[in-house]
Design a protein around this ligand. Structure first.
Ligand SMILES: *Cc1c(COP(=O)(O)O)cnc(C)c1O
Length: 322
């Protein structure tokens, strides 16, 4: 593992949102894992980039939506480590110019090579990444492929670390609770959920875990998360059984990276009420789900980042048109 995360990230009580979400709300500020590279992906990259460097890689290959937080974090970390990065980004029209804002601005700024690909090509992304790795090998370079979201068993170990970090914070500070009734977070590719489930199985600081899907349904995510958990346990034989988790798939809205007027209004209300900035793709949907579920009890919301994506979405400011 290499050190990339500014740790421990803050663990904060957030009273100002209790009434809105119907629970005693705590925040794990993983939006603060770093500077422009911040967010949940940085914890996964500590393990993935360590593996890449151990294998002698000179280039990181990965993929995501056009405003992928994961692709941006990978690009910045690559620059920081003296590696190259190539990003396969899913777009609606491969002939249209790429956006120049948000994550894409940062990808370009740190010198990543961007490959816009169609939705159809994105469906066979792992094949395209492998083919690009082969092509680079033929040029005498060595590429390391990181899957979508950094979500494989190795990446998930970053969220086992995160739970250990939280446990350490709870133990060191008597003013913090001993345990949460629920840990809740946004789920897009399953790695965070898998790592949290394994970490919570080991450290027992929460009774329940809820992964809020921002795309795809619960059956899909249960299968994906189960596979990632098995991979992680194969890498670390000391990992025991995970905490059972719920996948909540009723708050996706119109689709991945698309929001309802209610979700956008909620995001604005949270920002004004508490100075907590959520993004429309991930954290905004996850906390919105909490506010609909109103579980009561003590809830830890893992704020997974996403600010650059928010900055590319000025539509969140528009008055509601339902
Ligand atoms: C990627 C991402 C998630 C989802 O994490 P997964 O491990 O991919 O499920 C949540 N929030 C933000 C801001 C992200 O960038």
């Amino acid at each position: 593992m290499i050190r990339l995360v500014h740790r421990p990230t803050p663990l904060e009580r957030c009273e100002r949102l209790d009434a809105l979400v119907g629970a005693e709300l705590w925040l794990k500020r993983d939006d603060c894992t770093g500077g422009a590279e911040a967010g949940n992906k940085l914890r996964k990259l500590e393990h993935l980039v360590a593996d890449a460097e151990a294998q002698g890689a000179d280039t990181l290959l990965t993929c995501g939506g056009v405003q992928s937080n994961h692709a941006r974090a990978t690009a910045i970390v690559a620059a920081r480590r003296g590696l190259r990065a190539e990003l396969f980004l899913r777009v609606d029209d491969v002939h249209a110019p790429l956006p120049r804002s948000g994550n894409v601005l940062l990808d370009r700024l740190v010198g990543a090579t961007l490959h816009p690909i169609t939705r159809a090509d994105y469906a066979r992304r792992n094949e395209l990444l492998a083919a690009r790795a082969d092509a680079l090998a033929a040029e005498g370079r060595r590429a390391y492929v990181i899957p979508e979201g950094g979500s494989n068993g190795r990446g998930a170990l970053g969220y086992v670390d995160a739970v250990r970090e939280i446990e350490g914070q709870l133990t060191a500070d008597a003013s913090l609770p001993r345990e949460f009734d629920l840990v809740l977070h946004a789920c897009g590719s399953g790695g965070t959920a898998a790592g949290l489930a394994l970490g919570l199985g080991r450290h027992r600081i929460a009774r329940a875990l809820c992964a809020v899907a921002v795309c795809d349904d619960a059956a899909y995510f249960h299968a994906v998360i189960e596979r990632i958990i098995a991979e992680a346990r194969a890498l670390d034989a000391t990992l025991g059984a995970p905490l059972a988790l719920t996948v909540e798939d009723r708050f996706i809205g119109p689709g991945y990276a698309q929001t309802t007027a209610e979700q956008r209004a909620f995001l604005r209300e949270v920002a004004r009420t508490a100075g907590v900035l959520l993004d429309p793709v991930y954290t905004g949907k996850a906390l919105y789900a909490l506010a609909q579920l109103r579980p009561g009890g003590r809830v830890l919301f893992v704020h997974t980042g996403g600010l650059p994506g928010l900055l590319a979405e000025d539509a969140v400011l528009e008055p509601d048109r339902s």
